[in-house]
Write a protein that binds this ligand. Structure first.
Ligand SMILES: NC(=O)c1ccc[n+]([C@@H]2O[C@H](COP(=O)([O-])OP(=O)(O)OC[C@H]3O[C@@H](n4cnc5c(N)ncnc54)[C@H](OP(=O)(O)O)[C@@H]3O)[C@@H](O)[C@H]2O)c1
Length: 281
């Protein structure tokens, strides 16, 4: 039986990946910094190790007898006072070093769809820096570039709950978000595949305005969406980049960039955003 080590198992995608690896017959080890956050996936794991991936000493020997390493470790909404370089780059690099010394067969890493077109963003720079290390490591790898997750679409539902949606410009830019369970299938299939890079999004393409319409419909509320002028977005970003630290402006510049561009990735999966919203209200 192949043994996989999942890092980021406490996160939205990580939990689905743990379940999918188990269902596909792997021996599943997970690492996380908080045991409580693993409760949801406990039944799908064979081994749980509580450690700090940001501290290289804390994960020494973690990859012993491991065949596949999977990492979804990255800053999304965490407010730990750490930077993208600390986590998306260095923490994953710590894991890669362990991978190298243990003779692991393959490293699967989660990046972001369109990363190479968003090199100016701090969140992306840290991911691309890690990708360079991974590519140069000599270890077989797959880098997955997924579009926005359904979990992030909750922001639309939360705004709709408050009564008003906000889009950038006319809100006509498009995206095909993906459910964690669909993406987990892609991640686990990559363990036995030979593709080095996989771009992937969900089955349906929506404008940002349409996502709000679905959210309001799920709540049985009248649709109310306003446009945030593009020029104002640019001034706001300049202001944030000039007067705040990367911990504040990093997530905002990322989301504003995603919202103001078409992000259409190769389609995969069957889970519907409508259903996700109806289940979440
Ligand atoms: N969400 C999206 O729409 C989206 C789209 C494309 C790509 N991605 C990328 O996919 C990856 C997973 O995203 P997700 O939405 O599943 O994120 P998530 O739910 O926030 O999970 C992130 C994982 O990274 C871990 N992590 C973060 N900071 C850490 C730290 N300082 N020390 C140790 N562990 C830390 C988290 O651990 P804790 O649970 O302990 O915080 C969690 O296990 C991220 O790299 C993200 O950038 C996300």
């Amino acid at each position: 039986m192949k043994k996989v080590l999942v890092a980021g198992a406490s996160g939205y995608l990580g939990k689905y990946v743990v379940k999918e690896f188990k269902e596909q017959g792997y021996h599943v080890s997970v690492i996380a910094r908080n045991a409580l956050k693993l409760n949801e996936v406990k039944e799908y794991t064979d081994e749980q190790v509580i450690c700090e991936i940001t501290n290289a000493d804390s994960i020494k020997g973690i990859c012993k007898d491991v065949d596949i390493v999977f990492s979804a470790v990255g800053i999304t909404k965490q407010k730990d006072g750490l930077t993208y370089m600390d986590v998306d780059y260095r923490a994953n690099k710590n894991l890669l070093e362990e991978t190298k010394s243990a003779g692991v067969d393959k490293f699967i890493y989660i990046s972001v769809f369109g990363a190479h077109k968003m090199k100016q963003l701090k969140a992306i720079q840290a991911k691309l820096k890690f990708e360079e290390e991974l590519k140069a490591s000599g270890i077989d790898y797959t880098i997955i570039y997924p579009n926005g997750f359904f979990s992030d679409m909750m922001e639309y539902l939360n705004m709709a709950k408050k009564g008003k949606g906000m889009v950038i410009g006319s809100g006509e830019n498009k995206i095909n978000p993906i459910h964690g369970a669909d993406l987990a299938e892609v991640c686990v299939n990559a363990a036995s595949g030979d593709e080095k890079e996989i771009e992937v999004g969900g089955p349906d393409v929506f404008t940002h305005r349409e996502i709000f319409e679905i959210a309001f419909k799920a709540l049985n509320k009248k649709v109310k969406v306003s446009g945030f002028p593009v020029w104002m977005k640019n001034i706001m970003l300049w202001f944030l980049r000039t007067f705040t630290s990367v911990k504040t402006y990093g997530p905002l510049e990322f989301f504003m960039t995603v919202l103001s561009n078409d992000m259409i990735a190769p389609k995969y999966g069957k889970r519907k955003l409508e259903e996700f919203f109806y289940k979440s209200v």
